[in-house]
Design a protein around this ligand. Structure first.
Ligand SMILES: [Fe+2]
Length: 478
């Protein structure tokens, strides 16, 4: 049954919101607990899946406002000889420590402001109160394992024990106040490639590379009038592409409005989307072209073909999804707008960008055979999907060439997260690892799927329900 809330948002009736348990805080922590496995884990699977996501949604008597605001918890599944152990631990960020010790929200999150006076709100973005709540992604850079959010404060932690070490030393060299939690890995140099927005009298986008050990260089520096909210960027073998969706902020308001970060951004579809194509070799701008107004969080892949640059992106028509992920709405079953995999064709020598759908199913949290295919022509992508419900309830494999029909995995009452592809050594072959919420049983399990067929290989029962979380990676060596 559907009803409209006071702001005209379509909601399901509360008693039908089976998946709301995915937005409940988790306080339990366990260390190295052996999990019961149904099925058989591949013997070659000997690394660990390490993930991050929000797990505490209340501090003192306040609730955080948005799914993206919750305090980060790390989760680790370590595989060895057909067995798997599980550990989980809160990330002891400055934001977490403040909440623990003072019982109040001390830092600005995506859509929640800290407890503080009106006077102290001014210049929040330029103050040392930027959050380091690394709830969005986990990356490995050399010997460091880092929990990332969208501020330039990556938090290092021990990949075995999940013990927090603290904000990494090279954080102070990140060339901007806003960055992303989806850097790319440059296999040739071993660098982490990312972008930052530098706000000031003149606003810049800066593409930067960090080498293992922390040496940081700025690859490109591009002016902008209004910084756009970008959650990831496109990469091909030669180019990096900033896709400036027309969700933009006045930088002065970002600094002075006293409003939570994302509330400073406005949807300005008349701007269209601006694609800035940067040559990775010398940092020059190869093209800056225009396309239809759309919005996205996640680039899935990009490559060059016949004078065009093709970007495959989980694309929304507009950024309404952000508004619908406030906790009060999402717990009440707000219907999310669908993201589908669309190809953005970026001409390098004149003309506008065009967008075409690649496949019908909803497609979010997409992964590819990253080590082999990133930046190159490819065929398969795996993601979370839904079959018409209010939340992601299935895993789907897409053939972006249109050759094979989509393949699916789903189970009653189960809500899988990002399916992480792990190669068995052959191209596009291996397993998918996804943490699944089993809502009726109020628990979670780790799901292992055959990446080719999407048949279930194994599942391992977790001792509690893990709140819906975002991203992570498979670490081969630790
Ligand atoms: Fe993301």
């Amino acid at each position: 049954m559907v009803w409209m809330d006071t702001r005209g948002v379509e909601m399901l009736t509360v008693d039908t919101v089976e998946h709301a348990v995915g937005f409940r805080s988790l306080e339990d922590e366990v260390a190295g607990e052996g999990l019961e496995v149904h099925g058989e884990l591949p013997a070659w699977l000997t690394g660990s899946l390490v993930r991050t996501g929000p797990a505490r949604f209340e501090v003192g008597d306040r609730s955080l406002a948005h799914w993206f605001d919750g305090l980060a918890m790390l989760h680790r599944f370590a595989f060895d000889g057909g067995r798997v152990t599980y550990s989980n631990r809160f990330l002891h960020s400055r934001a977490f420590e403040h909440a623990e010790q003072r019982n109040e929200i001390g830092y600005s999150e995506f859509a929640t402001d800290p407890c503080r006076s009106i006077f102290a709100r001014a210049q929040a973005l330029f103050s040392p109160k930027l959050t380091d709540n690394g709830s969005v992604n986990v990356v490995r850079l050399g010997d460091e394992t880092l929990a990332l959010t969208e501020t330039p404060l990556p938090v290092a932690f021990d990949a075995h024990t999940l013990e927090t070490a603290g904000v990494t030393d090279w954080a102070e060299r990140v060339p901007g106040q806003i960055t992303i939690a989806h850097p790319h890995h440059d296999a040739e140099t071993g660098e982490m490639l990312s972008y930052a927005a530098h706000l000031g009298p003149r606003n810049r986008y800066r593409l930067y590379a960090v080498a293992p050990g922390g040496a940081l260089r700025v690859v490109a520096d591009v002016p902008t009038d209004r910084p756009a909210y970008m959650h990831s960027f496109g990469l091909t073998e030669r180019y990096a592409v900033l896709t400036e969706w027309p969700l933009v902020a006045n930088p002065i308001k970002l600094a002075l409005s006293g409003r939570p970060f994302i509330e400073n951004y406005r949807w300005a579809p008349e701007r269209g989307t601006r694609y800035t194509v940067i040559d990775r070799r010398d940092g020059s701008v190869r093209a800056r072209v225009q396309g239809p107004a759309t919005f996205a969080f996640h680039h899935v892949n990009g490559f060059e073909r016949d004078g065009e640059l093709l970007l495959d992106v989980s694309t929304y028509d507009d950024p309404r999804v952000i508004d619908l992920l406030y906790l009060d709405r999402i717990r009440a079953g707000a219907e999310l707008p669908p993201a589908t995999l669309r190809r953005h064709r970026v001409p390098l020598d004149g003309g506008d960008v065009t967008i075409e759908p690649l496949a019908e199913p909803v497609f979010e949290l997409g992964r590819i055979d990253y080590g082999r295919r990133n930046g190159r022509d490819y065929r398969y992508a795996w993601g979370a999907s839904d079959r018409g419900g209010a939340w992601l309830d299935s895993v789907v494999k897409l053939d972006v060439t249109g050759g094979d029909e989509p393949r699916w995995w789903f189970d009653d009452g189960c809500y899988p997260g990002e399916p992480v592809f792990v190669s068995d050594g052959e191209p596009d072959s291996g397993v998918l690892l996804s943490v699944v919420l089993d809502a009726p049983r109020d628990t979670s399990f780790l799901l292992v799927l055959d990446a080719t067929t999407l048949e279930e290989v194994a599942r391992a029962e977790v001792p509690h329900a893990i709140p819906f979380h975002f991203h992570g990676d498979y670490l081969r060596e630790d």
